[in-house]
Design a protein around this ligand. Structure first.
Ligand SMILES: Nc1ncnc2c1ncn2[C@@H]1O[C@H](COP(=O)(O)OP(=O)(O)OP(=O)(O)O)[C@@H](O)[C@H]1O
Ligand SMILES: [Mg+2]
Length: 360
């Protein structure tokens, strides 16, 4: 799939701008703080209904303006879609697909698929498990509506259960209510875990192969889903019950699928603990490129690749692999300097496209 056009109104530092993207590589070039990441952010928002940078949608509105709008025209194999996102003064988001307003922003998922890669994504490998869960959640939500629905129900139940744990739960009534939430958590949790398992078992061999080719066969990467309970509905229910007394003291739910992780190993060693910068980069890149393949396999469409500021972080071999990949699908790539070929090159200055050059 590809994006043919993007329109931004009062979005971050864009007062009003239009961009027509070509299939293949589109390079967004400019000095620091000119609006390169902002443009990718708008595309990401059109795919996932949330920003990769902030939870506060109000921040997306241009300072001094009252609202913000994004229109994104998407071309797929058999049909095209117009995605509109409006953010009002209070930071409330409205999503309109093909001129029809949708009730929940989640309806947007799957219309436009993106794989996003920025220096921040290196956190995927080393930092907190929540980064790796987010990777699973966002990728799977884009691929399967049923995953997104289960995740929404799970998250909602978890929030309500935690509220109950916070406000103090004494007596039999409280336990009865906790039982109800646990039942809901176990039902949806089992769906999430099953889908994450399946996803990882398809992703792992692809990531392994890509990783081997980047590291020229010297390293072997393995991915395993990590849960410290039996991953059936019964298993989740038992884990929740086992930690109940502890959770009452902690005032939150300390067990369950929202605590799981992906174990990433290189040559049998856990990279979450020891990986060097370079190894982190290679592992993150392999995961993202494998994610691209997964999308193609699962949806029959190739997602749009968003590469924010990643070239400067990579050595020549990795750069070449990435650029090759970037030319085989539609890619929006940002950088401060671009000397490669075969692209549509946009030059950005203070929220304006000041130049467009095609070199095909
Ligand atoms: N709501 C907003 N209203 C107006 N300007 C904003 C808003 N949010 C961010 N900006 C401005 O956008 C600019 C940053 O844009 P962006 O992050 O896209 O830069 P960039 O081109 O990616 O830079 P870098 O190369 O440093 O990554 C900053 O000048 C910032 O002040
Ligand atoms: Mg940037």
């Amino acid at each position: 799939m590809r994006i043919s056009g993007l329109y931004l109104k009062n979005f971050r530092n864009y007062k009003e701008e239009k961009a027509a993207f070509l299939p293949g590589l589109n390079v967004i070039c400019g000095k620091n703080a000119m609006g390169k990441t902002n443009m990718l952010e708008a595309v990401y928002l059109s795919a996932v209904a949330r920003s990769p940078r902030t939870f506060k949608d109000k921040e997306l509105i241009m300072e001094g303006a009252e609202y913000s709008a994004i229109v994104c025209q998407v071309e797929k194999k058999y049909r095209s879609h117009k995605i509109e996102i409006h953010i009002d003064q209070r930071g409330k988001k409205r999503v309109i697909i093909d001129s029809i307003p949708v009730n929940r922003a989640g309806e947007l998922l799957g219309i436009l698929n993106v794989v996003y890669f920025s220096p921040d994504e290196l956190k995927l490998i080393k930092e907190a498990p929540e980064n790796r869960r987010k990777f699973l959640d966002i990728s799977l939500s884009q691929q399967q509506k049923s995953y997104f629905n289960a995740l929404s129900s799970y998250t909602k139940a978890l929030k309500q259960k935690n509220n109950l744990l916070k406000t103090g739960c004494h007596g039999k009534d409280a336990d009865g209510m906790l039982d109800v939430w646990d039942e809901t958590l176990a039902t949806h949790g089992a769906t999430l875990v099953k889908k994450r398992f399946d996803f990882l078992s398809s992703l792992a061999p692809m990531a392994k192969e890509i990783h081997a080719s980047i590291s020229k066969g010297s390293e072997e990467m393995t991915l395993t889903y990590e849960a410290d309970y039996e991953t059936t509905k019964e298993g989740i229910l038992n884990a929740l019950l086992r930690s109940r007394e502890k959770d009452k003291k902690l005032q939150y739910t300390s067990a369950g699928p929202h605590r799981d992780d992906i174990k990433i190993e290189i040559n049998g060693k856990d990279v979450r603990k020891f990986a060097s910068q370079g190894q982190q980069r290679t592992a993150a890149l392999s995961l993202k490129l494998a994610e691209m393949k997964m999308f193609r396999q699962e949806t029959g469409e190739v997602p749009v690749l968003l590469l924010d500021d990643v070239l400067s972080e990579l050595d020549e071999t990795r750069k070449e692999i990435l650029i090759n990949m970037a030319q085989s699908c539609q890619t929006l790539l940002t950088c401060t300097e671009y000397i490669g070929e075969r692209s549509r090159l946009f030059t950005i200055e203070n929220g304006k496209i000041i130049d467009i050059k095609d070199s095909y």
